[in-house]
Each structure stands twice: as structure tokens, then as C-alpha cells.
Design a binder for this molecule. Structure first.
Ligand code: FAD
Length: 461
């Protein structure tokens, strides 16, 4: 069968390509992983088109990799075994915003920027949880990889905010999940068996989400940012515990960079918000008092003179916390996101610096505190995209940071294939087997983003 011709029959000539120039773009992502082969790229516009493509792929046993914004940096959208990249960007309608039940029903290609500006214009009292990623990334891609946004320290990771979804299963059926499977409203995912979990964290290996209902949140009009600095790495768990214990923060991140010199400290950045000025004033006073207590030991300083430009960057939604990633002037930036228990932060901090130095890199951290509490501990690496040796060094540094994460009892978030394999090696064998069994039941032909969440075969070990 002529697959290219069949794809044209489904979506039309303009929305399918097998030209080398266009496939080149889809064969890599902005991170440090090597490029891989792509055979076709298709841009569906309707769920029926997605369904027909999946049925065709099943018939012909062609792998399909769903792509949103393609910005995980860990090549999760670059096919491991060739085949079709299903670029969802043209399915970009915001279908419903329900103010009272506070959710937005969107298609898979809706970007963070599109939802944010739509809400600002039409529903200014509501907001969604926006990651600090490029504005072109999709809300769906982010929620499905358990991403986190600017209100995650308060409300949880973004996958927790999913109310329901429409999915094209790997066998071609269209399936609704959550309250929308029973009635017209997309307002909740329960009380029902929690089926969204079959698609969250699976990297597109169990189906293609075509619609998603995301929770929305009140948007307090008053916001302020405070920064405190310290050099005491061992104090971090206690400072985070105290700050989170009050349950009053909108956002909370920690940053450090060895260059420029003034940034070579631990900075605690706290975003406070309030529905009333008095509320914000009270919260401000509470946090200043709290950190003053630490200061009693001479260990934490209030940053009195936060530069107005920095203040604006931190107060923007999303905040711009990664300040100067491109140390090497080569355009490459990678980070491995470790989800760590809070008490392991000091050890990760010290050993992470060590990893950067061993690979001749300047250490730079941006960490976001999450509900739990736990922390997204970002081991950041910048590299020269034109220098293969530099890219290889970055991969090695990433691998060491991932090994360290597992050694400390943490989890690697949005891990590339190598990191997924490390996780599978460490995993309870029954759990690893359960994952394989679920994948097999969902996707009997093994066409969905193959290579992900697969254990090492005996000849690869
Ligand atoms: C500078 C920078 C800062 C960042 N900051 C943050 C941050 O603060 N918080 C955060 O969470 N992330 C952050 N990221 C990481 C990443 O960019 C985001 O998580 C982003 O939202 C991922 O969405 P995406 O659309 O790019 O997903 P993609 O990379 O397109 O997809 C992610 C995974 O989901 C699958 N997938 C995509 N769409 C579908 C679908 N419709 N159905 C089934 N599977 C699908 C893909 O196959 C892939 O496995 C950052 C990245 C950069 C470069």
C-alpha cells in the first residue's frame, strides 16, 4: 500500500509531508538527544481524521508519535522507530469555558499562550496553571507529562487538574473519560474508576488525547514577589517546610547560578497573591517575620533591593526564573527535572554542582517547590549546538544527574528513553510487568510511540 497516498486521502495534500526538508525538523528536538528518523508528518484537524490515521497505522503496523509543542527537551516526540509524527497543532479550538464549574474544554493543539490570552480577554477572573515553558507548548502535552505551572505550589501538578478527556485509543475507538462519558458536562473525572491515569505519564504510548478539560482557578488581582538569600545549603529543607506549612504561597522557587557572582547564592523566590490589598499585606508581613526568624541565626537575608526588571520577570505569568541559560553561547539548553523528597535537596545540591564542574560547566539551578511538598529540582546544562563533543558531554552530565536522582530516592520527570530505562531497572519488577501488560492490552500492535517505557531487552543490557 502507498501510505503517503492514503494519508493524503485522509487529511488532504497540504497537511501531510514526506519531504526531507520538513521531516528534518521533526527528526530532532531542541535538547541534547541525537536525531532520529521520521517517515511522515501529518497534521489532523478533526477527531475523525485522527481515528482514520490510527486505523491505517494499525493495518500497516506503522508507529505513530503524537506531538504537541515538542518542547520536553528529552526527545519524547522524536520517534524511536520511525513512522508518523502526528502534529496536533491544527486542533486548536477552545471549545468551552465554564465559569461557574471553572474548567476549560480545549483541543489537543491549544497552546499555553492561546489559553492564557483567551482567559485574560474573556474570563479575567480565571486562570489556568501556566508552565514556564515557551508559549507555543500545548496545555495537553504539558498536563500529560505531569508538568507544573505557576500555581502548582498551591494547587498541585497540572495532571491533577485534568477533569476528563476524549481519546483515540491505539485500536481506533474514540473514548470519553470522566463525567463527559455519562453526561454533557466536563466538570469532574470522578467518582468513577480513575481512567485518566491510563494516559497521564505514558508519553503517548496508550492513546491520542484529542480533547481535554482542565480546571481553572481564581485569579487574585494583587500579587507581590519577595526574595530571600542564603548560603546555607543545609537550611533548605527547614526553610521550605516552614514556608509551605503556612499554605499561603502562590508560587515558590529556588534559584542559583555560579555566574554572575551576585547570583552565586541560594535565592528563595516567593510569589504571594491576594484578593484584597489587606490580605496581601498580611501575607507579606507573615513571610517577612518567618524569614526574620531564620535570620536570627544570621543565615537568611531579605533581598531589599530586588531590581525592578527582575521583579517584573518574576511577577510575569509564567515567571521567568531561568535567567541566563546560554552560558556557552551555543544555543543549547537542557535540564533534567528531578522530583525529589525535600530532605534530599542539600545532597543533590552539592553533588549536582560537582557534576557540572566535572563536565566543565557553570552550575545553574531553578527548582520549583510543589505541593506535597516535594521539589522539581532542575539540573540545568547549556551547550553549544554546533559542537558534538559538547553535546555528548551534556548527555553524560544528564545521565549522571538522573542516576543521582534515583540514588537519592527521587524520580526523573519527563525522562528521555535512557532515563526511562534506568527507572524500569530500579522499578519493582511486578510494577514494570504491569506497565508492559497495560501497554499490550491498550496497543496490541505496539504502534504508539514505541521505544518509550520499554525495558532493556537482554541483548541491549
Ligand atoms: C525553558 C523551558 C522551561 C520549561 N519550564 C517548564 C515548567 O515550568 N513546567 C513544566 O511543566 N515544563 C516546563 N518545560 C518543559 C516542557 O516544555 C513543558 O512541559 C511543555 O509544556 C511540554 O508540552 P509540549 O506541548 O511541548 O509537549 P510535547 O513535547 O509535544 O509532548 C510531551 C509528551 O506527550 C505526548 N503527547 C503530546 N500530545 C499528546 C496528545 N494529544 N495525546 C497523547 N500524547 C501526547 C508526546 O508524545 C510526548 O511524549 C520547560 C521547557 C523549557 C524549554
Amino acid at each position: 500500500m502507498n501510505v503517503y497516498r492514503s494519508l493524503i486521502d485522509i487529511v488532504g495534500e497540504k497537511r501531510v509531508s514526506n519531504s526531507q526538508e520538513e521531516l528534518f525538523i521533526y527528526s530532532r528536538d531542541p535538547g541534547a538527544q541525537p536525531p532520529r528518523q521520521v517517515d511522515y508528518v501529518v497534521m489532523p484537524e478533526t477527531v475523525e481524521e485522527v481515528q482514520k490515521i490510527v486505523i491505517l497505522a494499525n493495518q500497516e503496523k506503522i508507529p505513530i508519535t503524537p506531538l504537541g509543542g515538542g518542547f520536553t527537551l528529552s526527545a519524547l516526540v522524536v520517534p524511536n522507530k520511525g513512522g508518523i509524527v502526528l502534529d496536533m497543532k491544527r486542533m486548536d479550538r477552545i471549545l468551552e469555558v465554564n465559569e461557574k464549574s471553572r474548567y476549560a474544554l480545549i483541543e489537543a493543539g491549544v497552546t499555553q499562550a492561546a489559553l492564557k490570552s483567551y482567559l485574560e480577554k474573556n474570563h479575567p477572573r480565571l486562570q489556568h496553571s501556566t508552565p514556564e515553558a515557551p508559549p507555543t507548548v500545548t496545555v495537553v502535552g504539558n498536563a500529560l507529562i505531569q508538568g507544573h505551572g505557576h500555581i502548582s505550589p498551591r494547587y498541585g501538578v497540572n495532571s491533577d487538574m485534568i477533569n476528563g478527556m476524549e481519546v483515540v485509543l491505539p485500536t481506533g475507538e474514540v473514548c470519553k473519560i470522566g463525567s463527559c462519558s455519562i453526561g454533557p458536562s466536563w466538570f469532574t473525572r470522578g467518582p468513577l474508576p480513575d481512567l485518566p491515569g491510563l494516559f497521564i505519564g505514558w508519553y503517548g504510548t496508550t492513546g491520542i488525547v484529542t480533547k481535554l478539560s482542565m480546571r481553572l482557578f481564581p485569579k487574585p488581582p494583587y500579587r507581590e514577589v519577595f526574595a530571600f538569600s542564603s548560603d546555607d545549603v543545609d537550611l533548605i529543607p527547614e526553610a521550605i517546610f516552614e514556608a509551605m506549612q503556612l499554605d499561603l504561597l502562590e508560587d515558590f522557587f529556588l534559584i542559583m547560578q555560579e555566574k554572575p557572582e551576585w547570583m552565586n547564592h541560594i535565592f528563595y523566590v516567593l510569589i504571594l497573591s491576594g484578593h484584597f490589598e489587606e490580605e496581601l499585606e498580611l501575607k507579606t508581613k507573615i513571610y517577612k517575620d518567618l524569614f526574620r526568624r531564620f535570620k536570627g541565626g544570621g543565615k537568611v537575608q531579605f533581598v531589599e533591593d530586588l531590581h525592578p526588571a527582575l521583579r517584573k520577570r518574576f511577577l510575569d505569568v509564567p515567571p521567568l526564573a531561568a535567567l541566563a541559560a546560554d552560558f556557552r553561547k551555543g544555543g543549547g539548553f537542557e535540564y533534567t527535572g528531578a522530583i525529589l523528597p525535600i530532605e534530599k535537596v542539600p545532597e543533590a545540591w552539592r553533588r549536582g554542582i560537582d557534576i557540572s564542574h566535572r563536565y566543565g560547566m557553570i552550575c545553574s539551578y531553578v527548582h520549583q517547590v510543589l505541593t506535597g511538598p516535594s521539589i522539581m529540582f532542575g539540573f540545568n546544562y547549556s551547550f553549544n549546538r554546533a559542537d558534538n563533543a559538547d553535546i555528548e558531554k551534556t548527555r553524560k552530565a544528564l545521565e549522571e544527574a538522573n542516576r543521582l536522582t534515583f540514588e537519592l530516592g527521587g524520580m526523573v520527570w519527563k525522562g528521555e528513553v535512557a532515563a526511562q530505562r534506568l527507572a524500569m531497572e530500579k522499578m519493582d519488577p511486578n510494577t514494570a510487568q504491569l506497565i508492559q501488560r497495560i501497554k499490550k492490552v491498550m496497543d496490541p500492535q505496539g504502534i504508539m510511540n514505541p521505544g518509550n517505557w520499554e525495558p532493556l531487552s537482554s541483548d541491549q543490557k
